[in-house]
Ligand binder design. Sequence first.
Ligand SMILES: Cc1cc2nc3c(=O)[nH]c(=O)nc-3n(C[C@H](O)[C@H](O)[C@H](O)COP(=O)(O)OP(=O)(O)OC[C@H]3O[C@@H](n4cnc5c(N)ncnc54)[C@H](O)[C@@H]3O)c2cc1C
Length: 388
Amino acid sequence: MPTPPTFDYDVAIIGAGPAGAACALGLRHSGLRVALLDKSQFPRDKVCGDAIPGHALKALRQLDPTFADSLWQLQPLDAVRQSKLVAPNGDSLVLQWKLPSFNCPRETFDDALLALVRTHAPATTILENTSLKGLQIELDHVRLQPTQGPEITCQLVIGCDGANSVVSRKLLPEPRLARAHHCVGVRAYFENIAGAESGTTEFFLTRDYLAGYCWLFPVGQGRYNVGLGMLAEVVAEHKVDLKETLQRLLTTHPALAGRFAEARQLGPTVGFGLPLGGGRVRPISGERFMLCGDAASLIDPLQGHGIDTAIQSGMLAAVQATACFTKQDFNAGHMASYDAQVAEKIGKKLAKSYRLMRFLSTKPWLVNAAVRLARVPGLKPWVQKAIG
Ligand SMILES: Cc1cc2nc3c(=O)[nH]c(=O)nc-3n(C[C@H](O)[C@H](O)[C@H](O)COP(=O)(O)OP(=O)(O)OC[C@H]3O[C@@H](n4cnc5c(N)ncnc54)[C@H](O)[C@@H]3O)c2cc1C
């Protein structure tokens, strides 16, 4: 199945975050010569809320149950089984999740995921400190230019290089940032926050900024990931300074202020972009390439999680890559079956979330009403189903 080594690798995966690592794990038995490039040296930080969705672990379990089991060992606290949602009017609602999940700083989680690749995909060459700056699709191969070192050649490239994906910008350029389909988020670590429970993630909605929320997630060792995310459209329209707004919320929001009286911030407040899925149909593949995870804009627009969809899309890309080598077909028409799989297995749910996020974003009264309604016996499952 793999081609004679005319080229350096059969497959080059750019980015070793959840999407890239899952893709490499998906290809571990393919017999293909895989390179996994990342600009960073692991362990590396990634700005995130650090909530590892249950669906991320479920997807990895499909590849090998021991993958999910070993990642669960990272979990220093109780599993997260419930979330507390505080409505703009201060009413709150506790939602129980069917799939348990856990919180873990990404520096630790992503390093553990990459360690699985090292152990279980020995045919994968991991190239850290290797930043991609350019690439060209040729008739029978792909040429990759790292910022340092010689050109790398391969037959297929898979862009898992996150929200500022070089692969996406070079191969599917967009004239400008689509602010209706991007969020911006900031987060900081804190300790000594009063009243937080280890198995509960907390979400706070404010009537001023409904296309987003403030979160408080316990991540173990007495530390909390606290952040604020918002639709880029709203940030630009209202000229919101997210770092300043987060600090203000922590000292003035009725459900938060008292709890931060003795809190201490650990390190700086840092921000990053969240490319949202579900709002528009955009190709995520073409001749000899595919995009996964944030590079393919697959973040859930309502809840802001994307580790699960990154892992799911990385696994789908691995299946498509194997099919490409079996059929020796790397044409855009054949690659489009990857788009169809992602649309079917991930995109439909994201589209529903996007519609709901847009619908609720101008209606604080409706969010308040939904939280109140969920307290009526029998109605909570309906509200929970709508949120996802
Ligand atoms: C503030 C914030 C809070 C969030 N909270 C959550 C949450 O709690 N739960 C959740 O599920 N999701 C959350 N997300 C979304 C989540 O972080 C992403 O969806 C997820 O990291 C996507 O994984 P990925 O592998 O596609 O990209 P990434 O995790 O970004 O990995 C991309 C990798 O590519 C590498 N790379 C980038 N450019 C290059 C290059 N040119 N050459 C080589 N390598 C390159 C990077 O170093 C990185 O390792 C949050 C995002 C933000 C910004």
